[in-house]
Design a protein around this ligand. Structure first.
Ligand code: FES
Ligand code: FES
Length: 161
């Protein structure tokens, strides 16, 4: 199998890794780089479990070719927790927005992109933003609550990220 060595900027560091031309970003972060916080759910673009940030926008890593990511800034859930737990992670835990947790990182990356672009979203805007993410456990209301709580904290200068 022909491989190519590429460099990817992930979570602020350059990672050199060997990929096949058809590898998707999800495979590279999980299998080459052991960043297993990014989850494989449907593998076909319908669940949002595999979301990462690419140049600040939430993207489905299961549908993104790794080759397309050269020269872009990629952030995975592991990139949010340093040096402390991110306010969104704390809010999901405290509000009950995470139960089994399989979907949680995808929602958090979606929420991070939303709040970076729109720090004071209306509830409907949060619902719209997460419409591509699926959760089988929570019923979504507590997820929206968690994102709304972080927006309020940020507004009061307490939830900086
Ligand atoms: S695994 Fe990518 S959208 Fe479901
Ligand atoms: S918390 Fe279980 S799928 Fe969302």
């Amino acid at each position: 199998m022909l491989c190519k060595i590429i460099k990817l900027n992930i979570n602020g560091s350059t990672h050199e890794t060997a990929i096949r031309e058809y590898d998707v970003l999800l495979d590279v972060v999980r299998e080459n780089l052991n960043l297993t916080g990014t989850k494989r759910g449907c593998d076909m673009g319908t669940c949002g479990c595999c979301n990462v940030l690419i140049d600040g926008r939430a993207r489905l890593s299961c549908l993104t070719m790794a080759m397309e990511c050269i020269g872009k800034k990629i952030v995975t859930i592991e990139g949010l927790k340093s040096p402390i737990v991110h306010p969104l992670q704390r809010a999901f835990a405290e509000s009950g927005g995470s139960q089994c947790g399989f979907c949680t990182q995808g929602f958090i990356m979606t929420a991070k992109a939303l709040l970076d672009e729109n720090p004071d979203p209306k509830r409907e805007e949060i619902e719209e933003a997460i419409s591509g993410n699926m959760c089988r456990c929570t019923g979504y209301i507590k997820i929206v609550d968690a994102i709304e709580n972080v927006a309020k904290l940020q507004k009061n200068g307490k939830g900086s990220n």
